[in-house]
Design a protein around this ligand. Sequence first.
Ligand code: BJW
Ligand code: ZN
Length: 296
Amino acid sequence: MSGGENAACRAVDTVAAWENVRWRLSWAAMGEIVISERLVEALTADRVRVVVLTGAGISAESGIPTFRSAGGWWKSYRPEDLATPEAFARDPKTVWEWYEHRRRIVGAAKPNSGHYELARWERHFEKFTLITQNVDGLHRRAGSTQPLELHGNIGLSICHRCRQSKENAGLGPDGSIPCCECGGLVRPAVVWFGEPLPPQTLQLAWDASERADAFLSVGTSSIVQPAADLARIAKQAGALLVEINPEETEMSYHFDEVLRGSAGVVLPAIGRRLGIKPDDHSLSDQVTESAGNHED
Ligand code: BJW
Ligand code: ZN
């Protein structure tokens, strides 16, 4: 096929893809979440491997601010002042104050119906991987037992120099920065820009994405790497790619299905369509209440 024909085919594909998306959007605008037959078929296939990647949007309905949408942290603060190793080296107190403030928000928050639905999915699907960019621990509190936390956990702390874990560390009442025996400063156990993700966790996420039959991207702007790449890996491997987000993202066009709505509404709607029983989730928040990562 000539280059010109290739371009023409791509143009037709583009129009068809946008028609598809527009059709879905028009339903969403009418307040109805349309779960396509294609998605139902994919999720009910024998031994289907389901991967879900979540971002800050799934916790928005729990009252935790996102980073980039309306009211998000990066609308009022610069990431380079709060979420880089350079910022911590320059002004550890300001960085700690931001994280202490966020720890208080997370501590007061409760998982929402989106988190609980995904905990049910873990029990429902034989092969299910939950990957999250969130550091708030709400998936565990909702009952998910093995979320792959790509960006760490805000409730935990480590030494910035020797990486040793530290129990219950935080800013002192006088504003002093917690210190390690090695002389290094203690910091929240999260991944900042320019830092590598925990290699084992990333590898597990990568492997699961490579093997996924259905990959659902929930409440993320799909901007931050390498997390955003997982959808691309899944697509290359032939997975059905689904985006759940009330807003369009820079990556929306690459998804096979776009469900415009909040995670707390759309995920349970999918669950109902699949016949996944809404069980009593009042237990799980009590069982895994601690901010720690591996309590179960
Ligand atoms: C709803 C909703 C509702 C609202 N329901 N949805 C290639 C090109 C350019 C740069 C890079 C590149 N590769 C790597 C980089 C650098 C960088 C990067 O990606 N930069 C981009 C900004 C371009 N990446 C890194 O530095 C990463 N490290 C790395 O690559 O290391 C390499 C290395 C190897 C070896 C040695 C050394 C280095 C690290 C990334 C760390 C990200 N950290 C943060 C903050 C720290 C944790 C914390 O304090 O919480 O993680 S940044 C912030 O963004 C946070 C999030 O986890 C992450 C993703 O954000 P997310 O979840 O998508 O949130 P939002 O706000 O963006 O989107 C929310 C969405 O929800 C919106 O779309 C809403 O519409 C939606 N929504 N309500 C459903 N009810
Ligand atoms: Zn140390």
